[in-house]
Ligand binder design. Sequence first.
Ligand code: PHE
Ligand code: NA
Length: 450
Amino acid sequence: MTNKPHTHAQWSSRIAFMLAAVGSSVGLGNIWKFPYMTGESGGGAFVLVYLVCILLIGLPILMSEWLLGRLGQKNPISTMSRISGRLKRSKAWVLIGVGGILAAWLILSFYSVIGGWALAYIRYGATSTFTELDGASVGALFTSLLGSPGTLLAWHSLFMVLTIAIVAGGVAGGLERASKILMPALVVLLALLVGYAATTGSFGEGFDYLFRPDFSRLTGDVILAAMGHAFFTLSLGMGIMMAYGSYLSDDVNIGRTALTVVILDTVIALAAGMAIFPIVFANGMDPASGPGLIFQTLPLAFGNMSGGVVFGTLFFVLLVFAAWTSAISLLEPIVEWLEEKTPLSRLQSALVAGAATWLLGIATVLSFNDWSAFTPFGMTVFDLLDYVTSKFMLPLTGLATIIFVGWIMGRDEVRAQLNMSGVAFAWWRFSARFLAPIGVAIVFVYGLVQ
Ligand code: PHE
Ligand code: NA
């Protein structure tokens, strides 16, 4: 095994770092996954638990990953090995990094397939397919896409090629600069969709569905789903945020920066929900229709609004862009790890990691058609990959991370890194030592037992 020297410059500015972190966190998780999970879980109760998990678990773990990364100054595996070595602690903490890389591979394999759906919808948008659609035909459009493994595979392949190209070239910087324009554009288009939703006559119903909790819907599995999604949406438990932390300069306030990212990510998810649910109710659709939810609702909005061809196409372009920046952040740690631990060059590492991910993605493609009856543990392959990562691996590595920062690292070192004092630090430390780990542990055990 070789250990190539690993040095890097610090971000030129806080902005560049923010763009990378927001690029990773804002993606399909906000616009595709959050709404359909909310719909499957029955609405407001899920949303409430999700918001609590974001604040009490997601925020402190995001801060922990960044402070570890800034201290370790290396990739997640080397960072954990270096810091635990210095503290004379077991090298087993390295498993946080290893688990993260495995989870990134599993997640990217299905993330890319969904990114492919969004690519397909750019094409539908641009060819005016959405014009004059009704509830039934928009469903049929989606069903026929899912029923064609060849088409799905082609779009999945294109999405993977786009992702590999950026990671192989190491040119993500240009993308980050582009996201400075495209992310705000996505927010504007979401606002437009919320505006459209307000004209459907079911806005109040959609709003109530999201924000009025029906606690009878709160099962162990719903709580586990909400917690798992808090990890997924903030890109936690994979060493990704830890890797970004290694680029963070010492004068950046981790707490304030983390809060900004968390708020942005949450607002975008809630806006997507407010755009989608009124359309669901106005058209008598089923909120629990699953992963196809946005693809069966938003085209109705575009089909009915003036300028819908332009807006519809643009929306899916921006969605693909958001998914792309997240996918890059998923592939990057795998490639970095291969590059460091094997004699492979960066290009070769990107090709190997990308090919392995593409290959596994085929299982997800088939899970929607030819293999839909193949259900190990009672789930399709897509559901299983999603379950194992969001509800199992991410919470577990996240739990290990926060236990490490809360219980293994010295109080003073953590306080210096966070640059917090007084009540704020006392509260942070209380969350990191008790609230977050106990919360994750309870949800985890409760959800798995049920
Ligand atoms: N956070 C991204 C999203 O919400 C997905 C993602 C998960 C990205 C894990 C990186 C790591 O779409
Ligand atoms: Na997200």
